[in-house]
Design a protein around this ligand. Structure first.
Ligand code: PLP
Length: 391
């Protein structure tokens, strides 16, 4: 699909995925059915929570999580600005207000619990934490803070299926920390089905709300009527169509079985990157150094030295056939979010998030990457950084 010598990510697909899709096609049942139910069961077991509800993508997972909690106009949702735009967009989409908070540090670009606490107002109804790059940090403090202040904690766990963090002496899986966990199975994620998403929760009530919102607010689903279990339905609340297909569920089950091995390979490659980068490009900062053991290692970010033009580094790496990317431009600097004021009426300033966003560079990382390719990337970065410094 690409001419890169080393591409940023790659699907880990084989004959198992092909067979799973073919079986669905031959079954002639294409929307939410047994494959979806099986995928939900298996995903709930991975996360260690009671409910997993499959939806059509990660963005609607966030939207339904907000709506299931009853969030809407007038409510504030504290969240990181260093995130993919979906969490902020869905906040706006439901009429609520995103309040951007600072990251812990340049080498731990995850929501800072102390800064979250400073930004709480009487309108704060939820906090969204994003497990950046598949790493988890600060969740014990966030959980205690949210519990104490009666605020919901939502995980944007799109980077982190299979990642976990030690909380009160227990290793807790991503998606089982807050009231609701949201996952994406977009093509470049650790578990990829093209499009797809999942919402996890231990709450029966939130699970019922999500299930209802997923399918028009209807009281029965097509499969029940097909099987003769139900003939009519009511619509007690307004909902959407965020239903997944059986094809994505079948792909998801095969991918789920590969997740642990894929994440382990990502950890090994991350360790190799860190070793080589420390030798060859000591000027770059390595976020999460030494923290891969329980991480999902979705991304391989480096922070470039100050004063280096990132675009030149990326161009130079492209010449060497190496794809790189930026995760992420800070949300509060996007045109649609420009000019936002904080609760004190000041324009939003997040110096650490802004510095991180302007200096971060994401290197290729996926389970099919070879050690030789890691070497190629490191050499390309070394040459690019020394070239850019000399200009
Ligand atoms: C991918 C992603 C999303 C959105 O998921 P989609 O399935 O693409 O809608 C949201 N948040 C984060 C952190 C992501 O990486």
């Amino acid at each position: 699909m690409s001419n890169w010598r080393v591409s940023l990510s790659d699907l880990d697909y084989g004959p198992e995925e092909e067979a799973a899709v073919l079986a669905v096609l031959r079954s002639k049942w294409l929307t939410m059915g047994d494959e979806t139910a099986g995928f939900e069961r298996e995903f709930a077991a991975l996360v260690g929570c009671k409910h997993a509800i499959s939806v059509s993508n990660g963005t609607v997972a966030l939207q339904l999580a907000y709506l299931a909690l009853g969030l809407g106009p007038g409510d504030e949702i504290i969240q990181p600005s260093v995130n993919f735009i979906a969490a902020a967009n869905m906040t706006r989409a439901i009429g609520a207000t995103p309040v951007f908070a600072e990251i812990i540090s340049l080498d731990c670009p995850i929501l800072d619990p102390a800064d979250v606490e400073r930004r709480i107002t009487p309108r704060t109804k939820a906090v969204v934490v994003m497990h950046y790059g598949g790493y988890l940090a600060g969740n014990q403090q966030l959980k205690e803070l949210c519990d104490r202040r009666d605020i919901a904690l939502i995980e944007d766990a799109c980077h982190a299926p299979g990642g976990s963090e030690l909380i009160h002496g227990k290793q807790v899986q991503a998606g089982n920390i807050g009231q609701l966990g949201c996952f994406s199975f977009f093509s470049n994620k650790n578990l990829a089905t093209g499009e797809g998403g999942m919402i996890t929760t231990d709450s029966d009530q939130l699970a019922a709300a999500v299930r209802s919102l997923r399918s028009h607010g209807m009281t029965t689903v097509t499969l029940d009527r097909h099987r003769g279990h139900a003939f009519g339905y009511d619509v007690p609340r307004v909902g959407f169509n965020c239903r997944p297909t059986e094809i994505t569920a079948a792909l998801g089950r095969v991918q789920l079985a590969k997740l642990a091995a894929g994440n382990q390979r990502r950890r090994e490659l991350t360790a190799l990157y860190h070793r080589l980068l420390a030798q060859r490009v000591p000027q770059v900062l390595l976020p999460f150094a030494g923290q891969a053991q329980h991480a999902a290692c979705h991304l391989m970010p480096v922070v470039l030295p100050e004063g280096i033009t990132r675009e030149n580094v990326m161009l130079s790496m492209r010449e060497a056939g190496v794809q790189s990317s930026i995760h992420y431009r800070a949300a509060h600097t996007m045109t649609a979010y420009e000019g936002m004021l904080d609760s004190a009426g000041q324009s939003v300033r997040l110096p650490l998030s802004e510095a991180y966003s302007s200096r971060v560079l994401t290197l290729p990382l996926h389970p099919r990457l070879s050690e030789e390719q890691v070497g190629i990337v490191v050499e390309a970065l070394a040459a690019a950084v020394s070239g850019a410094s000399g200009q």
